[in-house]
Design a protein around this ligand. Sequence first.
Ligand code: F6P
Length: 549
Amino acid sequence: MNADGRTRLNQTPEWTALAKHREELGDIRLRELFAADPGRGGAYSLRVGDLYIDYSKHLVTDDTLRLLRELAAATDVFGLRDAMFRGEKINTTEDRAVLHTALRAPRDAVIEVDGENVVPDVHAVLDKMADFANRVRSGEWTGHTGKRIRNVVNIGIGGSDLGPAMAYEVLRSFTDRSLTVRFVSNVDGADLHEAVRDLDPAETLFVIASKTFTTIETVTNATSARSWLLDALAEEAAVARHFVALSTNAEKVAEFGIDTANMFEFWDWVGGRYSYDSAIGLALMIAIGPDRFREMLDGFRIVDEHFRTAPAESNAPLLLGLLGIWYGNFHDAQSHAVLPYSHYLSKFTAYLQQLDMESNGKSVDREGNPVDWQTGPVVWGTPGTNGQHAYYQLIHQGTKLIPADFIGFARPVDELSDELKAQHDLLMANFFAQTQALAFGKTPEEVRAEGVPQELVPHKTFQGNHPTTTILAPELTPSVLGQLVALYEHKVFVQGAVWNIDSFDQWGVELGKVLAKRVEPALTEGAEVEGLDASTRALVAAYRELRGR
Ligand code: F6P
């Protein structure tokens, strides 16, 4: 029992029923589940927008799914969902609304925060972004010397980098190929160096992306970028043509020296990791154009509406969230792999890492009580087929249970040559083969029947029973990207709601920031830092010696 008299999550009848069900299922086998129900493949699937989601290869029965939905009902996931969509301040530790869904609301929608409809502001900023993006793309917006802008460098970190950088990669085939678009995030000076070393400052636009405009990495890189520009262009007035800001903090933007007329605003009810469809997407919009950007927002909206209105039985984010809970809380799975079979999705899992792990990497509940159940998983993965030749061995034959999402597309992108398009079937043959091998494995009898000598049989046996979700879409378009991202956003929401944690704060990143500020003078000046532990003190001394200080 909590201090406030509420039953702890893991003492609720719904949780206990799931634990008992898990015990009763024992070593349930996917081979048996499919043998018992030949229609399972189609029956355990959903269609949402352009996405076909197959969840048949999961260690679940109808009873499991029912019990999971009962847990969602008992934890009032849909109640919290409705509160989020209404603009209530469900991010309680920061006293903020959570309204990334308003970023893709239609013009005529009404969504109020503190009694104010935020939708007109959202569209005013989108229109301002579109106007600016068109001017850069057409050459009407020039640099200080009158030269056309040919390079766009986004400087930001976390949500102000991962989202636009990921989406730029995903939608590369929709980008204006005459523009060079790069993303700088790391405070390691090498990042900025490599991004600008071959660029002409007179043709380069810096997009400084920071919700708070106080993030040390971004402010430091932006300052260095300004020096790089001014070293070449020599006049302070050049900054106004070569720097724009994306932020919620006009005061800090002005303090930095960027004219707030060149600032694209967003709001405190947009979390950093939920922000790339806000002004934070400006570099992306310049690259793909406003129309494609709006198509992407339409895609988000399809899944928002689905999540908001679909019944529990066919609600895809609810289902995916609950499946994660089934493995994390009732099978002790520690991680979750996301394995896209698309080169263009090379940064997708890295993006999801922040979305999921910064949201649900929490160990106290909304009321501040320690949780005694597992929360967010470690999210990892890279595109197939590359991963197959690296770490899939461990997923197939290692000792860990690793549920995985496979994301694939029926058609290759238009831009590829016919010969390269033909490779797509080979890519997808691997995609389907992997989920099949993971689910059904290969028994010792099957291995023996191939004439394998007995001593090698254990080595060549695949246990199978590794659960996967398959997400298949017709092709990779801006809308499909929006649908995929919204699907994961709401999946993460569902899990946080069940675990009763605040998925929208990120206090866990603060301590490191404070300590870095304290340690820096010890590195640069050898300053004595009060209270520094013995290990760090010795490391600082070693660093200074190696650095020649
Ligand atoms: O430190 C973590 C974090 O606050 C993330 O949540 C955020 O996306 C990132 O830093 C960047 O923050 P900002 O956009 O304010 O620079």
